[in-house]
Design a protein around this ligand. Sequence first.
Ligand SMILES: [Zn+2]
Ligand SMILES: [Zn+2]
Length: 313
Amino acid sequence: MAIRVGAHVSAAGGLLTAFDRAIEIGAEAIQVHPTAPQTWRRLALDDAAVAAFRDRMAATGLDLFFFHAVYLVNLGTPRPELLAQSIGSLRHYLELATRLGVRGVIFHPGSHRGQGFDTVLPQLAAAMGDVLAGAGPDVRLLIENSAGAGDNIGSTFVQIGRMIEAVRDPRLGVCLDTAHTLTAGYDIGTGAGLTAALDELQDAVGLERLLAIHANDSKAPLGSNVDRHENIGLGHLGDDGLRRICREPRLDGLPFLLEVPGLERQGPDRANVARLRELAGLTPLPGPTPPAPAPGAAPSPRREPTRAGRPGG
Ligand SMILES: [Zn+2]
Ligand SMILES: [Zn+2]
């Protein structure tokens, strides 16, 4: 086996367009925002649209398909109306994923807003239980680890393990974002640090719950709690750190989804896919080799994307 190099791609123009964009950049696994991530909008799909999606998935073989939840979701909020909206949005996404045969929904647990993790844990557990109540048996709800800024929940594997333990549902999994992991204080850029982090993940969560990796380099350093993704090889993980992560036997077979800014600041691109494949020791993409990501290798037509504007997260 080997890792599967995938990417967050846009679904602007409809979910089917994500397959085309993934193929264009050589991605073998896909993550999308099915709806704009700064809104509570719902996506209405009739049975014909669902059938078309399933047909396209079967035809392309791109069945490692994930949704990323909207950024407004906060299961730790003290505000009842925001909690209800968050549960409703995640339920909707899991229902969509169930109908479409999408693997799972990746979400940020949110912020406890000063209440403390222990205080909000029962609320988190009840909310995740509610969310999963409407989902099919094969779909997964993936908790993404956070960088640990402010009162954000889920920056330690112990917290994530306690959330999973409190729900006890086999459909609950974890998505590990490599940039968030580093800035949350796990030194996964070194061999010893990676081993220690995975040991802790094994103890606190269980590696069988780990279902996806967000493969990002980090503009921000170890322990900074800052969430800023960087192109592959150009950040604080670097080529050496990411090569070790890609080749780590305990992560073998997992989808590695890029959420990098891209050389043109348009999101994950063929150059970053090619670079991660190379670091992982996988066969090169067909066609001309794109340039490896390099500082200033291409003009940046846009300013640094905002938190809201960049893909994934
Ligand atoms: Zn995310
Ligand atoms: Zn992420």
